[in-house]
Design a protein around this ligand. Sequence first.
Ligand SMILES: Cc1cc2nc3c(=O)[nH]c(=O)nc-3n(C[C@H](O)[C@H](O)[C@H](O)COP(=O)(O)OP(=O)(O)OC[C@H]3O[C@@H](n4cnc5c(N)ncnc54)[C@H](O)[C@@H]3O)c2cc1C
Length: 505
Amino acid sequence: MLKSVVFLLRCNSNRIVRDQVRYASQALPQLSSEKYNVKRKQFGTVQESDINYFKSILSEERVLTDENDVLPFNIDWIKNCRGQSKVVLKPRNTEEVSKIIKYCNDKHLAVCPQGGNTGLVGGSVPVFDEVVLCLGLLNKIISLDEISGVLICEAGCILESLDTYVRERNLIMPLDLGAKGTCQIGGNASTNAGGLRLLRYGNLHGSILGIEAVKADGTVIDCLTTMKKDNTGYHLKHLFIGSEGTLGIVTKVSINCPVLPKAVTVGFFGVKDFQSVLKLYESAKLSLGEILSAFEMADFNAINSSVTNLNLPNPIDEYPFYVLVETHGSDEGHDAEKLNRFLDKEMESGLIIDGTVTSEPAKMQTIWNLRESIAGSSLTRGYVFKYDVSIPLGNYYDLVPMLRKKLGNKALDVYGYGHIGDSNIHINIVVPEYTKEIGSQIEPYVFEEVSKLNGSISAEHGVGFRKPQYIHYSKIESALDLMRELKTLMDPKGILNPYKVLPEK
Ligand SMILES: Cc1cc2nc3c(=O)[nH]c(=O)nc-3n(C[C@H](O)[C@H](O)[C@H](O)COP(=O)(O)OP(=O)(O)OC[C@H]3O[C@@H](n4cnc5c(N)ncnc54)[C@H](O)[C@@H]3O)c2cc1C
């Protein structure tokens, strides 16, 4: 039965108020244009007449121009990038988005689309004075077909709110990430976000069935199919999934939601070295089969960062490596038995030194918190260089000891954690403060090494503002040329999220 509902989800205004308080009491990050020596492209500059036009199609309160109101939209989550936008627009529906984009295209005004602003590569904030297009008010659920599991919603819906909504109807969202309380489904689509359960439910190129998007000239492209099978020519949705707002503005998505697992079990294990982590992964796939939904690893320093900086409890002792295994199944007794059998077997083999298995929601949450909090746990210690790369499993962890050796005591901490099941490792390097000197020791070194290992310099966070100059480590020139041709075709004036994704020729 197709339930047609219009359901208003929580908008992120609370977060914005909080952020304003936060920025008021802290030093502002350096301007991105100065920090990274970028030249402004020849776009128009927003004039009073433009503001008046925006107010005429939105309303006074949905056009922000006050410096304090605009500030949080200029700064990214890790406080690495700061733009200089003077105006934030808050459309409420596709039609308003279309009018804004058409107007900006005609006036040659650059636009930076922004979802939850949790992106980690500087793609979500302007570099100069781009108009910020805040998608947070496009927050309606349009329909949920409880039989097929297909949800249609607007781009500004917050991932966690969607998950809560579909869980009440025995479904789950096919993706889950640490930023779920703030990130938006449109941002997830635009970054092709991966997250914690990609191993089980696949990536968004598969889960997202259809997309409605607004092109740079304001045309609305309605490809909002709900069909899993639709081989009618080119699959246009893929152009918008993962293109980070450079080819169009995502306004709606239809997404396939898996069934809510009746039984969820989480195991958290201490392991002596990285080779044991790999062997354990192999064994988990064999022992747990189709119920394996996540296989995450973190080294001691990563977990210790959550424990020490955020005061989070670690349910087991201290070990060089930790593994988090989650199962999603339909029979609690059967699944827990399988996981316990796996634990017994591998404790006997010595791969697991210590561990805990639980199906209690509160305990599972404690374990997941420990893992999900790693990403933000060091931000108060100084500046964090964050890398999100994929590396074939045999060499997955190589870079962490290499970086520790290379940086010595210049780094306060270097640690690795990530989604083993997807060959995706996050490497965080904590330094007292950002300096160009330390930056040049780390980059392009990290990307060169990833390339030598046949990995990807961006596994799931995208290219954004921070990585275009390194994209060639993972994409050959002919592929980059085709990307440029697509960009020119879809956004001839280059107004959509300039300075992002594509490197200068
Ligand atoms: C604590 C934490 C944990 C994280 N964990 C993960 C993880 O496990 N896996 C993962 O993949 N990422 C992770 N991230 C990164 C981030 O949450 C994802 O990239 C997320 O998908 C971004 O969504 P957002 O709504 O915040 O988008 P934003 O950060 O606002 O934007 C991201 C990019 O998409 C563009 N964009 C946003 N909305 C639209 C739209 N409607 N139309 C067109 N373009 C748009 C922006 O211009 C920008 O280029 C994490 C981040 C944090 C802070």
